[in-house]
Design a binder for this molecule. Structure first.
Ligand code: DGY
Length: 325
């Protein structure tokens, strides 16, 4: 079978594909056009898809009828119309677990950076604005004993909650599709409604899978109901928050700070007024960007491809229904 790997990945992934004697197609240039990308997709049976830009929807599947499987190099699968793929028996794989530590580390990092206005203070040093000691200058807030609210308590959310509890003795509340028994038992996490989550948290961290129904769920009317000391952390998908409303909420003092590893759109415009605020820290979607996580993602994505090519079930399949008769 022919596998189109649309961008470079760590070598261990390519090795796995080669050892399985799969024919690998790679882009001819480093920055292929949309047309070149589509041409390569048309030639392939399976796509190992890296990055969130390419959308796999009805139009795409109509244009590339040969495609039998998509192995995503990500845990998120919002770039695929899963319903449409499943209808066409196209298996979709993703890379859960291998990036949970790295991504939760970034959520934890952002929370601390925002609580001490780290980005802003680093810029101050770099721009030569480190002035005399001032007892009232740019005070941060401590996290000890505060309440962490998690939206979407799966593996990444669990790891974030575990770190916050261990480091700062934070209380954990969460809202999810279902109860997370392990978190309730091990971290004393309490399941709450979405309303209770937004009204009672001191820090909110999003770790849910993004679907279009959740677009802009963090908007003006929601930010208004949060605590004024709230730190908003998004390492999931930029679509969850309305960026203009987030800016207004920060400016008006409805909430205290924000740490974003994902923005809407990406990349963020470097003139965004959010970047001017002292209580904001923005990172360029680096949640899974560690050597360990990326090599785990390469392995799992390649294993998904190989399993599918051999007629076996993908080890991490988003739509296992495709294997049913
Ligand atoms: C993921 O794995 O979903 C990360 O956000 C990288 O896209």
């Amino acid at each position: 079978m022919k596998v189109f790997v649309n961008k470079r990945i760590p070598d261990n992934g390519i090795r796995i594909l080669k050892e399985a004697n799969l024919e690998i197609i790679v882009p001819e240039t480093e920055t292929p056009t949309q047309e070149e990308w589509l041409e390569n997709c048309k030639k392939a049976d399976i796509i190992l898809s890296v990055g969130g830009k390419n959308k796999y929807d009805k139009d795409f599947f109509d244009a590339c009828p040969n495609i039998k499987a998509i192995a995503l190099f990500s845990v998120g699968f919002d770039q695929v119309d899963i319903k449409e793929a499943t209808k066409r028996k196209i298996a979709v794989g993703n890379t859960p677990d291998v990036l949970s530590r790295a991504t939760s580390d970034v959520a934890f990092l952002l929370m601390q950076m925002v609580s001490r206005k780290a980005s802003y203070n680093i810029d101050k040093v770099k721009s030569g604005n480190w002035k005399d000691f001032d007892a009232l200058e740019e005070l941060g807030q401590e996290l000890y004993g505060k309440t962490l609210g998690i939206l979407g308590l799966g593996r990444i959310g669990f790891e974030m909650a575990e770190k916050c509890k261990a480091a700062f003795g934070m209380d954990i509340i969460y809202h999810n599709r279902s109860h997370n028994q392990e978190a309730e038992k091990e971290l004393d996490a309490k399941y709450v409604s979405f309303d209770a989550l937004i009204e009672n948290s001191d820090v909110i961290s999003i770790h849910a899978n993004y679907t279009p129904e959740q677009a802009n769920i963090f908007n003006e009317s929601i930010f208004e109901r949060m605590k004024p000391n709230l730190i908003f952390i998004n390492t999931a998908r930029g679509g969850f928050h309305n960026e203009q409303d987030l800016l207004s909420a920060l400016k008006s003092g409805s909430i205290w700070g924000a740490g974003l590893d994902v923005t809407n759109p990406e990349p963020m415009d470097n003139n965004s007024p959010l970047l001017e605020l002292s209580n904001v820290c923005v990172l360029p979607h680096i949640g899974s960007a560690t050597i360990e996580a990326r090599s785990g993602m390469a392995r799992l994505a390649a294993e998904n491809v190989v399993a599918f090519a051999k007629g076996e079930k993908m080890p991490a399949c988003v739509n296992p229904e495709v294997y049913e008769d």
